[in-house]
Design a protein around this ligand. Structure first.
Ligand code: VG1
Ligand code: CO
Length: 550
């Protein structure tokens, strides 16, 4: 075994997006593509790119969502890690670790950081997507300064350092050696399960299942399966079969592991009808997203965050109250109303979990959420699908109320924020950019403009100044805010791998209980018309409507 120095050339476009570097598998499997990115990351970290300490002699956590190329990518990264001075890698068995589990392991074991191999909710398989993301010592996604430094490094890289050692055994829970690097294969679930035990009343949950509470969790053939099975069926005594599609498959069995009513239609179908279970839930590819469903009733992620905030004191891990809450800008303002009532600080951040890290580290917030089916708390530094499911299960156990009753009561007290997201996928990149530029240029003239009974009070391009480190992130989404609290937001996705995806977010507030039961798309139809009038999406893209509306 020897460490070799291999010449390489930069690949264009290795810039991480909303959540790491995501590309087609066919791109990632080009010789030296993954190697280059990992080498650039190690170079930046060894130069003190994560707060001054070098990576040399440190411990890194490594695992992924089990998608196609996961196992090969692990072997590649280990060979580079061994040649770049790491002392130890904690590797999830089989190369498996969910995103929240990576975060939990980094924090519990005081690791230097971790690498997540996942393209999250993007489809997998040889024709699908792959991804890689670095998480820092706090367990959270690297900040923009670090990801930009890694990108810059990829553009000038000329050498790889890697070991020519043979592949290691990913599946046995033993200590192995690659050069001087120790690779410890760990149980992917143990650390994560310990964190959950510390937050929730497992005895209460066990009692619910003992009394016949029926639940269906769809893991969508992705990485959440082993976690949900071990905790729900193993520790909490839910009947076998409570977790379906529970074995992570390289192509997710052809499913699109994005837990929304469109992609998780099988779960939605099971939650309809008289014999439906009490509670349904789904997770995404890397198990950081969640969808919560009651009998004949789907919970909007923005409402979920608001409701969790309102009831947090019922959960042992949050019984002393919350420090504050944060939501991404496009997420509905439902949580703002709860925060106001509870006198809690409430922050609005750009899209992407990395922006919550500083607020969590500084003790300014306890719960965070995004409209894209992501909720989480200070227990890790990622959104966490199974945590959210256990939270909702606990709320039902503590109150004796159903999902639907909990949400309807919430609307009665706080009002309802009707909310939808329209995705226009696969737009030509230049068409999407021109659309956004035209909108930006039109902003000054939009302020004060009247659309039917509403008037625009704010029209801007969202810019965020991190209250902890003062860093500024501009151009985070175009907002039209109206005098009645309604909002229309436009932004381009930063996780796609084909063309551009335009996301249109629509929201309006309804205080009148008698008006809270309209079909969502109907309730927001007027705002969709305004969006079209302002942005000309259909004219510019030639699309008759969104590809997905959730
Ligand atoms: C999307 C979501 C965003 C989420 C991100 C990563 O990003 O909108 O809220 O944080 O995915 O989630 P974008 O840039 O495509 O809108 V995951 O579960 O894919 O890591
Ligand atoms: Co995800």
């Amino acid at each position: 075994m020897a460490i070799q120095t291999i010449p390489t050339q930069p690949f264009a476009g290795q810039r991480p997006g909303t959540s790491g570097l995501r590309k087609k598998v066919t791109v990632f499997t080009q010789p030296r593509y993954l190697e280059n990115f990992a080498q650039a990351l190690f170079d930046v970290l060894n130069a003190g790119g994560a707060g001054g300490r070098a990576l040399h002699g440190q411990t890194l956590v490594l695992g992924g969502d089990g998608r196609f190329f996961n196992r090969s990518a692990v072997q590649i990264i280990l060979k580079l890690a061994a040649a770049n001075g790491l002392a130890r890698v904690l590797l999830g068995q089989g190369g498996i670790l969910s995103t929240p589990a990576v975060s939990a392991v980094i924090r519990r074991r005081h690791a230097f950081g971790g690498i997540v191999l996942s393209a999250s909710h993007n489809p997998g398989g040889p024709e699908g997507d792959f991804g890689i993301k670095y998480n820092a010592g706090n367990g959270g996604p690297a900040n923009e300064a670090l990801t930009e430094a890694v990108y810059a490094r990829t553009q000038v890289l000329s050498e790889l350092r890697q070991s020519d050692a043979p592949d290691i055994d990913l599946d046995r829970l033993v200590l192995q050696q690659v050069e001087q690097l120790q690779v410890e294969v760990i149980d992917p679930v143990a650390d994560y399960a310990a964190v959950m035990r510390g937050l929730f009343d497992f005895a209460l949950l066990r009692g619910m299942f003992a009394r016949g509470f029926a639940m269906r969790v769809d893991a969508m053939n992705a990485v959440g399966g082993p976690y949900a099975r071990a905790i729900l069926e193993g520790e909490l005594g839910a009947p076998a079969g409570t977790v379906v599609n529970a074995v992570p498959l390289e192509d997710f069995g052809g499913l699109h592991p994005d837990p929304n009513p469109v992609n998780a239609e099988d779960l939605i179908a099971h939650m309809q009808g008289a014999d439906a279970p009490d509670f349904g839930a789904a997770m995404d590819g890397d198990a950081d997203r969640n969808m919560v469903v009651g009998r004949n009733f789907v919970v909007t992620p923005s409402d979920s965050l608001a409701l969790m905030t309102a009831h947090a004191k019922l959960i042992p891990g949050y019984k002393d109250g919350l420090l504050g809450v944060a939501r991404s800008m496009p997420t509905s303002a439902a949580v703002d109303r709860v925060a106001k009532a509870l006198d809690l600080p409430c922050f609005e951040t750009p899209t992407g979990w990395k922006f919550f890290g500083n607020l969590l580290d500084a003790g300014r917030v306890s719960l965070c959420g995004e409209e894209s089916y992501g909720t989480g708390s200070s227990h890790v530094r990622e959104k966490d699908g199974l945590w959210a499911i256990l939270f909702w299960l606990s709320l039902q156990g503590a109150t004796g109320r159903s999902v639907e009753t909990l949400v309807r009561e919430h609307w009665r007290v706080y009002g309802r924020n009707y909310y939808t997201r329209h995705d226009y996928e696969g737009i030509a990149v230049d068409v999407a950019n021109t659309l956004m530029e035209a909108l930006r240029a039109a902003l000054p003239a939009l302020v004060g403009r009247q659309f039917a009974q509403r008037r625009v009070v704010v029209a801007d391009d969202f810019s965020y100044t991190d209250p902890v480190d003062g860093s500024v992130s501009g151009q985070q989404g175009i907002r039209l805010m109206f005098d009645d609290g309604a909002r229309v937001i436009f932004r381009l996705s930063g996780t796609g791998t084909e063309g551009a995806t335009l996301r249109l977010y629509l929201e309006r507030y309804e205080a009148d209980v008698a008006q809270q039961d309209q079909p969502v798309q109907q309730a927001l139809a007027e705002l969709a018309v305004v969006a079209e009038q302002v942005a000309g999406i259909r004219v510019r893209t030639g699309m008759a409507g969104p590809t997905v509306a959730t």
